[in-house]
Design a protein around this ligand. Structure first.
Ligand SMILES: [Zn+2]
Length: 112
């Protein structure tokens, strides 16, 4: 199962409600995703939403974690704890970070 833009917006709303933060603007991109706290905006790649539902949810949580942590580039331990916590809202588990220790591979993200 893959995610539509509406699915992504619903997921973003749920995370923001739980975290008590404003809902960011969303763009879908064919490039890498990003987050920008100064404009309260995230972008998520279409391919991530099309990979599988857990991976799409993971990617959304990855970008929102950057907004909450107020940074764009750091993927340190505190950041990864926040990312995992957001993923757990959906029952999504990250089992490893094989890409440069920052990004999980598709098979490392799944429904718990
Ligand atoms: Zn990142």
């Amino acid at each position: 199962m893959t995610m539509s833009r509406d699915d992504a917006l619903a997921a973003i709303s749920l995370v923001c409600e739980q975290e008590r933060i404003r809902v960011p603007k969303l763009s879908l991109t064919s490039r890498q995703g990003h987050a920008r706290a100064s404009t309260w905006h995230i972008s998520v790649p279409r391919w991530a939403l099309a990979t599988h539902e857990a991976y799409g949810l993971y990617y959304i949580c990855h970008e929102i974690a950057h907004l909450i942590m107020r940074d764009r580039n750091t993927h340190n331990a505190a950041y990864q704890r926040k990312e995992q916590q957001l993923c757990s809202i959906f029952g999504v588990r990250i089992t490893g970070y094989s890409h440069r220790g920052i990004y999980p591979a598709n098979h490392e993200v799944r429904m718990a």
